[in-house]
Design a protein around this ligand. Structure first.
Ligand SMILES: C[S@@+](CC[C@H](N)C(=O)[O-])C[C@H]1O[C@@H](n2cnc3c(N)ncnc32)[C@H](O)[C@@H]1O
Length: 374
């Protein structure tokens, strides 16, 4: 049987996916190699493909190696202990693709042992995923990053994501899902595998509130968040090439810092695509039909609650998929219009425009300031 076009050539949506993957890996590596703590990084690409397609498009393992190489020469090479080691584990159930990947890596001179280990395997995802979850629990001064990029959704279960993340804030997972197919099935006769996927995430086919693919994505995100619990962070990045093809990358982190970096990458790409952050400081009428600012809409009711501290607001903002700089803009506007009251824990007078919404303050001065809607 002839392979689908997407299996031999890198299509436009895959290109966008790989771009996001590459930008994220780059950011992730730059942070972890400089954290002064981690001695080994383990990258896993569990559905890696051949690395180079017929149209010369480069896939995830080649992109990962290019980013790794940049990071190594920029930061690691001149360190006496050559630390951290960055180990790559590329897997594809098709041995033919793995041998092509090996040739491609050699031909492009993309790996040297000084970077870390390179493991190329040809196993079924289902056989690897449980083993990894156990291995991750034993990680010490190590970090793991897992990319899951199947053609479909049949292999992946929500419990796999949970198990991979459940290792004391040492791992992150990126999952690519062909949403459009899943949504179409959800509408008309859901196959058993998808039914079980939806069921794990608490999504019912009968849920009449799900009117379109975007609402299905929203339900998936919420479903993952509920399934994983509040110790974990979930967001998604959506790509739509044509009306009928929506793909979605979900990212999961057990560490708020890693999650913030992923969100930064997402916003950078969104800005490039012209869908970036727009805020003109006006709370628009909900019923005027005008686009409202989503973060502001969510924030105002939240600020009515008692004792919202800078740390709580940092976490709240990230969980909604926005960045501290977005929140700062809104808070400045609210302060200018005298809509909020600020109180510092030490009783001193709050400084105008200083809201302490950042990771360092979240870690060490979680309740330096509290903010309330007047
Ligand atoms: C969407 S492609 C991966 C594309 C790749 N990430 C890239 O950027 O080029 C999915 C790959 O998964 C492999 N595959 C399919 N079922 C698998 C399984 N159960 N376990 C591991 N790999 C599998 C296929 O051979 C295929 O190369």
């Amino acid at each position: 049987m002839a392979k689908k076009e997407s299996q031999n050539t890198l299509l436009a949506h895959s290109e966008a996916k790989i771009k996001l993957f590459g930008q994220y890996i780059q950011k992730y590596l730059n942070i972890i190699v400089n954290d002064g703590y981690t001695e080994q990084i383990h990258l896993y690409d569990l559905f890696c493909g051949p690395g180079v397609y017929d149209n010369n498009g480069e896939g995830s393992p080649i992109i990962a190696l290019r980013k790794l190489k940049l990071t190594y020469y920029q930061f690691v090479k001149d360190r006496a202990d050559g630390s951290p080691k960055i180990n790559c584990n590329f897997n594809d159930s098709d041995p033919e693709l793995i041998s092509r990947l090996k040739e491609n890596i050699i031909e492009k001179k993309l790996h040297y042992n000084s970077y870390g280990q390179l493991n190329l395997t040809s196993e079924d995802y289902i056989d690897i995923v449980d083993r990894l979850s156990v291995q991750f629990k034993a990680l010490k001064k190590e970090k793991a990053f897992v990319f899951i990029d199947p053609y479909g959704y049949k292999e992946v279960r929500a419990s796999h994501i949970f198990d991979l993340l459940n290792c004391n804030k040492k791992s992150e997972v990126l999952l690519w899902l062909p949403i459009q197919f899943m949504y179409r099935f959800s509408e008309n006769g859901t196959p058993d595998v998808l039914k079980s996927f939806n069921e794990q995430l608490g999504i019912e086919k009968e849920n009449t509130a799900i009117k379109n693919v975007w609402e299905y994505i929203f339900e998936l995100k919420n479903g993952f968040q509920t399934f994983l619990g509040q110790d974990y962070f979930v967001d998604n990045f959506t790509l739509r090439k044509e009306e009928n093809t929506v793909f979605c990358l979900f990212f999961f982190s057990s560490h708020i810092r890693g999650y913030e970096k992923m969100l930064e990458t997402k916003w950078e790409l969104d800005t490039e695509a012209g869908r970036g952050w727009k805020y003109n400081g006006q709370i628009k009428d909900l019923f005027s039909g005008q686009e409202t600012n989503r973060l502001e809409e969510l924030l105002l009711p939240y600020l009515k609650g008692e004792g919202r501290t800078n740390g709580m607001l940092f976490e709240f903002t990230l969980r909604q998929g926005f960045l501290p700089k977005h929140l700062n803009q809104i808070l400045k506007e609210l302060q200018k219009n005298e809509k909020i009251e600020l109180q510092r824990k030490d009783g001193s007078k709050p400084r105008k425009g200083a809201f302490y919404i950042n990771y360092d303050a979240y870690k060490s001065e979680y309740d330096k300031l509290s903010i309330k809607l007047k």
